[in-house]
Design a protein around this ligand. Sequence first.
Ligand SMILES: [Zn+2]
Length: 239
Amino acid sequence: MRRPIPTVVDDVLVGLGLVLLSIAGALWVSPPGPVPTASANAPTGDGGWKPLIDGDPPIAWPCNADLDVAINLARVPEAQRLQLVDDIDASLEHITAGSPYRLRRTYDLAVIPTEDTLADVAAAAGAEIVIAVDDLTQPDATDLLSPGAYGTGGLYYRGPHAYAGWVLLDVSALAGLTPGSGPRSHQALIIHELLHALGVGHTQHPTSIMQPALQSNTGLLADVDIAALARLNLLVCQK
Ligand SMILES: [Zn+2]
């Protein structure tokens, strides 16, 4: 089943570890204005990068984090599963090569996380980030993925640090995208959602993979995205 060309990749969900921050986080909308305070050493030319969750520093993973990624592709047709694993691995390698973070696929998950269980599922898997594909036509589909979205990505946090991130993709939406890399590809979607799980928000910069519209990006990290990831990490490292 093919979907019409979407106007947006996802709806970005932000999971919250602190009740007091939940209202601000849930209503977070990209504010106009300068990037958060950074040192003179911060990379420049980040194209108007915005953190997914603002703060001083913005919410992010610990400085130079090693991040294990557990996956659940049980709802992907078996004939397409190996290709999708390849696309996930390529996406993790691409982000690792272009960022201060090292992302490594570890174990397969037996369950698909929900908003309530994500942190427990990730902890039980010994992973920081979970990638799962669900089928929104099923009655027990995860509430982390909204109808009409190709995917979603986000993170839970305590204080300034993320502790569980997720990427949830819709199996029928994947069927309307091209396996591999390039515009409107599986890797384009996965990389975009993983950057949300790392704490990067949307931007309108014309070359960024973090434009809200999937058809607008090349499927690879642009220089502005690489600069944004470096800046996000630097702000945490300096605190
Ligand atoms: Zn997005």
